[in-house]
Design a protein around this ligand. Structure first.
Ligand SMILES: *Cc1c(COP(=O)(O)O)cnc(C)c1O
Length: 399
């Protein structure tokens, strides 16, 4: 029997919707790409996007900026981080998170994850007590949302400010409440591989007057802060505008126009991702060696990627499995590697943090965890092909 091969690329996104392309052309024709370059009475694309995304989130304020990582950085600054302060973060995340903590002058203190890729709540409390950190930057990594009722209760109990990294949970919610509305601040990315695509870009959302005022000034508003889409009253800026440096990181009107056209279709796309996710999860559930994370009823996730474990595989078999899938066109990422690779890096490779924490539980989970993207360019039938390949390759090694 010849082995089936999957031939679509795992990194191909859908085209920008026609409305977005037309909108982008209008901005290009106008020549007014800078967010403060407006005609009399005109509201810029960037400002309109801020209003629309704040409304989508049900939050008072949104700042559009250059990237998700940038928004994480200024979120910590706007929250009042002081040089050298500890910032808690779950250890399973991507490099921009510890990078943002470092950029804000903080020191990452890492927390174990559980078998469902969420922050381990018992370890979180231990580390809150041990570190006395004032900030917890929770990364809803790969869209897995921890019990947010418990997380917010722990933060409250220990006086910790919660900042949410929602790079993978845009459009998701916990117990009927949008991911990104549990913390003091939430950060989102509109980089190509996330849920909205402007190449690069980010949002910071909050309900807090002081925080948004500081974030706006940090983002490089000069004294044009009143031209933002969602701004507190001018008085809020009286001291903040003099006390806050300009860390130039503005969103431009071209990217804003592209994003504005995508936002109305976001929820529908989330449904499309989930159809694919569920089809693949169902196919993989046939194999008893494959462990899928449990997803609680309260979690309305966005299945733009899927993680699974094959706990029986040893180190050598992991490499054989990844290579076997790759030969058949299925691109798996592995977070267990000592050496960082592509977009993937394990926490102990972030040497600049000077952090020598040992997180055995996280290492054990990541050692046999595989991760694959689910771009919307894949059909539901493709999920069956991919699932079969994974199933067959696992069975071949472990039989
Ligand atoms: C992509 C990503 C970021 C950073 O977003 P950029 O827009 O690329 O800076 C932060 N956290 C996670 C988990 C991400 O996947």
């Amino acid at each position: 029997m010849t082995k089936s091969v999957f031939s679509k690329p795992f990194t191909q996104q859908e085209a920008i919707p026609d409305a977005g392309i037309e909108h982008a052309i209008m901005v290009l024709r106008s020549g007014r790409l800078h967010r403060y370059n407006t005609l009399e009475g005109e509201i810029s694309e960037a400002a309109l996007l801020e209003q629309e995304y704040a409304a989508y989130m049900g939050q008072r304020y949104c700042l559009a900026c250059t990237s998700g990582g940038y928004s994480l950085h200024i979120a910590l600054k706007a929250a009042g981080i002081q040089p050298g302060e500890a910032v808690l973060s779950n250890a399973f995340t991507l490099a921009p998170v510890p990078g943002a903590i470092d950029n804000a002058g903080g020191k990452p203190v890492l927390v174990e994850i559980d078998h469902n890729y969420c922050v381990d709540l018992a370890h979180l409390e231990t580390m809150m007590l041990q570190s006395r950190a004032r900030f917890f930057m929770i990364s809803h990594m790969r869209g897995h949302i921890a019990d947010m009722t418990a997380v917010t209760a722990l933060c409250k109990k220990h006086g910790v400010t919660l900042i949410e990294d929602c790079a993978h949970t845009m459009g998701a919610s916990w117990d009927g409440k949008k991911s990104g509305s549990f913390g003091k601040i939430a950060c989102f990315s509109t980089q190509t591989y996330k849920h909205l695509n402007s190449g690069e870009g980010g949002f910071l959302t909050t309900d807090d007057d002081q925080i948004i005022a500081r974030a706006i000034i940090y983002s490089g508003s000069y004294m044009l802060f009143e031209r933002h889409g969602t701004v507190p009253q001018a008085e809020v800026f009286t001291d903040i505008k003099l006390d806050t440096p300009n860390y130039s990181g503005r969103m431009d009107n071209l990217r804003a126009a592209i994003l504005r056209a995508q936002l109305p279709g976001l929820d529908q796309n989330c449904t499309r991702w989930n159809k694919r996710y569920r089809a693949l999860a169902q196919r993989l559930a046939n194999n008893a060696q494959v462990y899928l994370p449990q997803r609680p009823d309260k979690e309305s996730y966005v299945g733009s990627s899927l993680q699974f474990r094959v706990p029986e595989l040893d180190q050598g078999q992991v490499a054989i499995f990844i290579a076997g899938c790759a030969l058949r066109g299925v691109e798996l990422k592995w977070f267990g590697g000592v050496e960082p690779h592509g977009f993937t890096s394990r926490y102990d490779s972030w040497r600049y943090t000077g952090n020598s924490q040992q997180l055995p539980q996280t290492l054990e989970i990541l050692a046999t965890t595989f991760d694959l993207r689910i771009p919307l360019t894949f059909s539901i039938e493709d999920m069956d092909t991919i699932g079969s390949i994974i199933d067959e390759e696992v069975s071949e090694i472990l039989s």
